[in-house]
Design a protein around this ligand. Structure first.
Ligand SMILES: [Zn+2]
Length: 179
C-alpha cells in the first residue's frame, strides 16, 4: 500500500497537493492512506471477501487507483481516523470539489474516504484565493519591500531608470498577487 504522491497522474498530482494544503489551512488534519495501486495489489483487494478472507473493499479491477493513479484515499489524524462528524467530511468534500476532485460518497453513496480526479481544472481566481499560505504571503511582502529598497538605492545612485522600472513593476506584481 503506497502513499506516494508520485504514483498520481501528472495532471492530478498538483491538484491533490493544493487540496491537501487547503484542507490543512482550514484545520482539517488529514493524511493520505493510499494513492496508486499496481494491478497485483488491485487484484489482491478484489479477491478480498470473494476468494480470500475479509470484507469486500472494492468492486472493480479497473480502479482509478491503478498507476498512474487518478484517485487517493484519506483518513484523519484527529479527532479519529474516520470521524462520525459529517461536518468534517462535508467541509473536506467541498474543498476537494473546488479543486476538481470528486468524493466517493458523493458519487456512489459509499466510499467516503475515496477521492478521484473529475478532470476539471480549478478556477484560476479561486486558486489564487485558496492556495496562498501565510508563509507565501510573507514572502511576497518581503519581495515588495526589497523592490522598494532597490528602487530607492537606484534613486540615490543617480537614478537608473531601467532598474527603477524593474523594481517598480516587480513590487506591483507581488502586491497584486498578495491581494
Ligand atoms: Zn479509493
Amino acid at each position: 500500500m503506497s502513499r506516494d504522491l508520485n504514483l498520481l497522474s501528472a495532471n492530478f498530482k498538483p491538484k491533490v497537493e493544493l487540496f491537501l494544503a487547503e484542507a490543512k489551512k482550514q484545520g482539517l488534519d488529514i493524511f493520505i492512506t493510499e494513492t496508486g495501486r499496481t494491478k497485483e495489489r488491485q487484484q489482491e483487494l478484489y479477491n478480498q471477501g470473494r476468494t480470500t478472507p475479509g470484507r469486500i473493499v472494492t468492486w472493480t479491477l479497473n480502479s482509478k487507483h491503478l498507476i498512474p493513479s487518478e484517485a487517493f484515499d484519506i483518513a484523519f489524524n484527529k479527532p479519529t481516523l474516520y470521524p462520525k462528524d459529517m461536518n468534517l467530511w462535508n467541509k473536506l468534500i467541498e474543498i476537494a470539489k473546488s479543486f476538481g476532485i470528486d468524493n466517493g460518497f458523493t458519487l456512489w453513496g459509499k466510499d467516503i474516504v475515496h477521492f478521484q480526479d473529475n478532470g476539471e481544472i480549478p478556477d484560476e481566481e479561486l486558486l489564487k484565493s485558496y492556495v496562498m499560505t501565510p508563509e507565501q504571503q510573507q514572502a511576497l511582502q518581503t519581495i515588495e519591500f526589497a523592490c522598494k529598497n532597490l528602487y530607492n538605492i537606484a534613486e540615490l545612485q543617480g537614478g537608473n531608470k531601467e532598474l527603477q522600472e524593474f523594481a517598480g513593476s516587480t513590487a506591483a506584481k507581488s502586491r497584486e498577487l498578495n491581494t
